[in-house]
Write a protein that binds this ligand. Structure first.
Ligand code: NOJ
Length: 750
């Protein structure tokens, strides 16, 4: 057994010392930061650690009362370091002018926004993009989001969300890259590169933020903001890797999370921020709290009052307080009382000022707010084309029995049914940034480009009342108006395309569900249509894995369409009519029933694997162990065959794996070849399968290609509960295939 500690107490000390005196990679920035810091009063330093939500339509008269006045006064006194949710050339410029021209030191503000899956042009929700397994496309999506948002004055996005989650109940599954830390890490890197580009100071790149640190994706029972009771094994091997990957890619900021991690709120966790983030990983960027998460330390029962909350969060390493009022009200006093050292405040401020220098804000505070750029870039045609491209790559063909798909362009007599088929709003997804509501291309709009022989019936209304980010969707449970007409239409049609699923505002923050089925009357509609016409192509919109068991048993063709953003209908139509051959693969397992959740393909064998012919093995009495659609699953209109899996383990530092991939179907297609490993015996039990490599490859019909993968120590090793990285001698199984459940396998000895 070999043991490799990857950090020591000595290096930890050096790193801490270094980070308390210097954060920038550029010595010139370091010098400027130190110079500026030397001029700042304690109050001004604390001001930099304060972030406010937008409080004033900066083009109008200055606020004269209430909270807005307080914030305005703070801004002018140099007590605000950053603002979120303000965008637009004029608004940003006005606020920046106050900071730069009216405060004593003229330190510019950083403008932050949740630019999560596009800005004016909306791209597919992040979970959908992860289903493309197309890192280039994902990077392009983030790049365009940066170009559009920076043209509106934004220099900091609160993305990517890199939380791994195995729980389909949790509403924020939609914002991540799914259940797997390897895929999650690759996607995180692509997004960071897209947002930040090569030069953070350029006026079309923005700082990325890896969030939410940590374990936010493991809330008990899937309820948002709930506690995470999580093993160190899961923390080190599942939760941390995408954060570390994002930081290695250069992400300049991290947001901590609302939840407790094993009893300690993440926002006040010295283990998470001092030991891991700023210690072990030597992160020298900014840690921002989540919205009010410093003040929420009181509600958690961790801090006595707001002052105590400020003390705990600052000491633990939260550099900036987002809309919590805790630092701005109390930090100065806490330093004077000796409860928080000024050195720690200096460290936080150094990080924030460094970021401002890196963004080029000191050189040109108005560089990001440029009227001409704003007008030219928002919703640009090229951006829409890119959004359509990513969207079609994100669609997953779950099932295609009898090859109902693709639909012929000459097909007559098509019924299109379902409230989401005409919907232009819900498919925009959960985070809207600068997009206007109701601006997506609907499915029926997209379809008309390829085929006009269809009739549309809504079937049932999806929801009643308003659709907004901050209010719950009121689902229609009773009004069956339109159902009979839709069923009659289905009866006289040759094929039926049905678009059902969740509303875009049913996943996202605060949108956990205990039923992961089609909300409202949609299942009833599906069954009624099916009773008259079985030739159904079901298009499923959702921000999470739904329970599709009934559909899988009864419906011949199913497409997973997530929420695909501005170009939703166009992308779907391309796939439905075979203009594009679907290539997406699931980044999350789809369970057979909710009882299997939380679910991951990265199962342990247990001491009682099965199947056995008695009851004493690890299984359910009323359900299979396997998912309905496994992680990595996704069909194509062509077929792929894997053969000749070979391993060359002569060089232990770089195990070489090769496999032959052939397109055995009749049309061109793309396949995501996936490589998994299993460490058969280890001092901490390892999963039966762990993804450690993938390639998306395009092959013409009949063509084949030998794919090559390498496995280094990084992929073969794991962390034990003390956080030590181990790579142990013994047998490793290597598996390659087109889904986590259909794999060729070979063994080598390390
Ligand atoms: C709360 C969310 O948890 C976080 O992801 C987001 O960035 C902030 N609000 C700011 O909107």
């Amino acid at each position: 057994m070999r043991y490799r500690p990857n950090f020591t107490v000595i290096t930890l000390f050096c790193l801490l010392f270094f980070s308390l005196t210097s954060t920038a990679k550029d010595p010139d920035i370091d010098r400027k930061v130190n110079e500026l810091l030397g001029k700042m009063t304690l109050q001004e330093k604390v001001g930099q650690m304060n972030q406010y939500n937008g409080f004033w339509d900066a083009t109008g008269p200055a606020p004269t009362d209430g909270d807005a006045k307080l914030k305005y006064d703070h801004l002018r006194a140099g007590l605000v370091g950053s603002v979120l949710n303000v965008r637009g050339y004029e608004h940003v410029r006005e606020l920046q002018q106050v900071a730069v021209e009216e405060t004593r030191l003229g330190i510019p503000l950083i403008f932050a926004l949740d630019v999560i899956h596009g800005h004016k042009t909306l791209f597919p929700v992040p979970l959908a993009e992860a289903a493309s397994w197309d890192l280039e496309a994902i990077e392009t999506s983030a790049r365009i989001a940066a170009i559009e948002s920076s043209a509106q004055g934004i220099n900091w996005t609160f993305a990517p969300m890199v939380d791994i989650s195995e729980d389909a109940r949790w509403g924020r599954v939609v914002e991540g890259a799914g259940e797997d830390p390897y895929l999650g890490s690759q996607v995180a890197i692509a997004r960071v590169n897209g947002f930040q580009g090569d030069d953070l100071a350029a006026n079309d790149t923005i700082a990325a933020c890896a969030k939410h640190f940590a374990a936010y994706g493991f809330p008990l029972a899937g309820r948002d903001y709930n506690r995470a009771d999580i093993s160190r094994d899961t923390l080190y091997n599942t939760v941390f890797p995408p954060f570390e990957a994002a930081l290695n890619a250069g992400a300049r900021t991290v947001m901590n999370s609302f939840n407790t991690v094993n009893g300690i709120p993440a926002t006040a966790s010295t283990f998470l921020m001092r030991d891991i983030l700023k210690g072990r990983w030597a992160f020298d960027g900014v840690v921002v709290s989540d919205w009010g998460s410093v003040s929420e330390l009181v509600a958690h029962g961790f801090a006595e009052d707001l002052e105590h909350a400020a003390e705990l969060a600052a000491n633990a390493g939260s550099d900036m307080d987002m809309e919590g009022y805790a630092y701005v009200k109390h930090l100065e006093n806490l330093v004077k009382e000796g409860k928080v050292s000024e050195a720690l405040v200096d460290d936080a401020v150094r990080r924030i000022l460094t970021l401002k220098f890196e963004l080029g804000l000191f050189d040109n505070p108005y560089g990001y707010s440029d009227k001409a750029r704003e007008e030219k870039l928002l919703g640009h045609k090229k951006h829409l084309a890119a959004a359509r491209d990513v969207a079609k790559r994100s669609i997953v063909l779950l099932k295609n029995e009898g090859e109902l798909l693709p639909i012929k362009k000459s097909q007559k007599n098509i019924a299109v049914i379902g409230p989401l088929a005409s919907d232009k709003n819900s498919v925009l997804g959960t985070w809207r940034a600068a997009v206007d509501d109701n601006t997506a291309v609907s499915l029926i709009e997209g379809m008309t480009q390829y085929n006009k022989h269809f009739i549309y019936q809504e079937g049932v209304k999806f929801n009643l009342g308003e659709e907004t980010f901050a209010s719950p969707i009121v689902v229609n449970e009773t009004d069956r108006t339109g159902m009979a007409e839709a069923v009659a239409l289905a009866a006289e049609s040759d094929i039926v395309v049905m678009m059902l699923g969740e509303h875009g505002f049913q996943s996202g923050e605060g949108r956990s569900r205990t039923h992961i089925d089609f909300p409202g009357l949609q299942q009833e509609l599906l069954e009624a249509v099916h009773a008259k016409n079985k030739n159904i192509i079901l298009v499923v919109a959702s921000g999470r894995p739904l329970d599709l068991s009934w559909a899988d048993q009864h419906v011949p063709a199913i497409l997973q369409a997530w929420q695909l953003g501005s170009e939703s209908g166009n992308a779907l139509a391309e796939v439905l009519f075979g203009h594009y051959n679907p290539s997406g693969k699931l980044p999350v397992s789809f369970p057979r029933s909710l009882g299997q959740v939380p679910f991951t393909y990265r199962q342990l064998n247990t001491g009682r694997p099965g199947p056995k012919d008695n009851v004493f093995w690890s299984h359910y009495n009323d359900e299979k162990n396997s998912p309905l659609y496994p992680f990595g699953h996704g069909l194509s209109y062509t077929g792929f065959e894997y053969s000749k899996l070979r391993i060359d383990s002569s060089d232990k530092s770089s195990i070489r794996v090769s496999v032959k991939l052939k397109n055995v179907g009749k049309r061109k297609g793309e396949e995501v070849a996936q490589l998994y490993i299993r460490d058969r015996v280890a001092s901490t039990v390892r999963p039966l399968k762990e993804l450690k490599g993938f390639q998306k490859v395009e092959l013409a019909a009949g063509k084949s290609k030998t794919l090559k993968f390498t496995l280094s120590e990084k992929e073969l090793g794991f962390y034990n509960a003390d956080g030590q990285f181990l790579l142990e001698n013994g047998e490793f199984e290597v598996m390659v295939g087109g889904s986590s459940d259909t794999l060729l396998s070979e063994v080598f000895t390390y």
